[in-house]
Write a protein that binds this ligand. Structure first.
Ligand code: SF4
Length: 389
């Protein structure tokens, strides 16, 4: 138990290191190394790894960064995460970063990428479009071109050419990473009392800050410890939390949900780390360099409000997830003013009503500090399920 406590304490420290100490140390050990920052939700980190780079998650300042200058860049009706990212950028937290990737999930991120360009942050800033079409020779080809464009930018900096051998090595490491994360979620599905949701959050978030090789070792150790019969179960309901895929909830909010009587057995907090749901295949002879990465995105992505997929509606996939994770109810927790999450919630909630799935809904911001009202609401939600379901 002491060993697990030490691991968890380390992960918590790494997860919220806004100075990105480990990434900077890693880069300083080799002149050809690069750091590429990326915003939620998903980026195939394998390709940067294969180019002698390290991807670092830009997840905002949470409740640990006072916003002074960042507010000047955004209207009051915009979410909080771009303000804290601007504050971090203006205070020099990203000064060792070589490039930045902004996935195309909303207008706010598009504008933030433009601001980074105007401020001259890094050696490249890429606003990255993801396919809206899932046919291999249309959306797939487009996606490969987008990724190649990122690799070209990295090549201009360090002149490292990505070969199939290097990429296959990186694919194996990240497959291992996703497999271990799946194991942790699966063990928690059966025995959620062995690890709190806040601990899981710290463990996954630490992986956004350190080399994948180091994170894999941490995950192996965690899996070992939680495979033992530790801690006692509580009379909690089992919930999935949905909507926090970009701006991250304060950890106090995750703890509040658990203290109010819920085991969080599924969430979309740091979904990018688990985005690809099956192993990515190694590059086949005759295939293009990025074909496996592209195939995995087109065919094995999870669902999210950040992704357009008319063929496989999100409400169907949410209902499937509820069954798989055997949950008692859903907590829709979205950042204030988050268009992608809030536009989807009425659709998902209607599906819950039609299928008799209990849910509750509220908004947060990454620096929310008062949880009393939320705790009362969730406590009532959890009690009502325990008493009447
Ligand atoms: S929290 Fe929502 S609205 Fe804000 S940047 Fe992220 S996806 Fe866009």
């Amino acid at each position: 138990m002491e060993a697990l406590k030490d691991i968890l304490a380390t992960c918590e420290e790494i997860a919220f290191d806004l100075n990105f100490t480990r990434a900077k140390e890693w880069k300083s050990q080799d002149d050809n190394r690069v750091i590429v920052g990326y915003m939620p939700i998903y980026f195939p980190r394998e390709i940067i790894h294969a180019a002698n780079g390290m991807t670092v998650g830009i997840l905002g300042g949470g409740d640990r960064k006072m916003i002074i200058k960042g507010d000047a860049y955004y209207q009051s009706y915009i979410c909080h995460i771009p303000r804290s990212i601007m504050e971090l950028a203006l205070d020099g937290h990203f000064d060792s970063f070589d490039g930045f990737i902004f996935p195309s999930i909303c207008d706010v991120i598009r504008n933030l990428s433009g601001t980074f360009q105007i401020l001259g942050k890094g050696k490249f800033v890429k606003y990255m479009d993801y396919p809206q079409n899932f046919v291999a020779n249309i959306g797939g080809e487009f996606y490969e071109n987008e990724l190649q464009n990122v690799l070209d930018e990295v090549y201009k900096i360090n002149h490292v050419k990505v070969t199939p051998e290097k990429l296959n090595h990186s694919i194996k490491l990240f497959n291992k990473n996703r497999e271990l994360l799946r194991k942790i979620y699966d063990i928690r599905q059966e025995f959620p009392w062995r690890l709190t949701a806040a601990d899981v959050y710290h463990i996954v978030r630490a992986g956004y800050m350190i080399p994948v090789e180091e994170h894999n070792q941490i995950l192996e150790d965690v899996v070992y410890h939680i495979s033992q019969d530790i801690n006692e179960p509580l009379d909690n309901i089992r919930v999935v939390v949905m909507g926090a895929f970009c701006e991250q909830p304060p950890v106090g909010l995750i703890k509040t949900i658990e203290l109010a009587g819920c085991y969080v057995v599924e969430d979309d907090f740091l979904l990018g780390a688990r985005w690809i749901q099956k192993d990515i295949q190694e590059i086949k002879a005759g295939g293009t360099l990025l074909s496996s990465i592209s195939y995995a995105f087109l065919n094995n992505s999870t669902y999210s409000s950040s992704l357009y997929d008319a063929e496989d509606p999100k409400e169907r996939r949410l209902l499937e997830l509820i069954k798989t994770r055997k949950v008692d109810g859903i907590i829709f927790a979205a950042p204030s003013f988050c268009d992608p999450a809030l536009l989807d919630h009425p659709i998902l909630q209607k599906a819950c009503e039609v299928n008799n799935v209990r849910y509750i809904s509220f908004l947060f911001s990454e620096n929310t500090g008062q949880f009393k009202v939320i705790k009362e609401q969730i406590g009532t939600f959890s009690d009502s399920i325990k008493l009447w379901e």
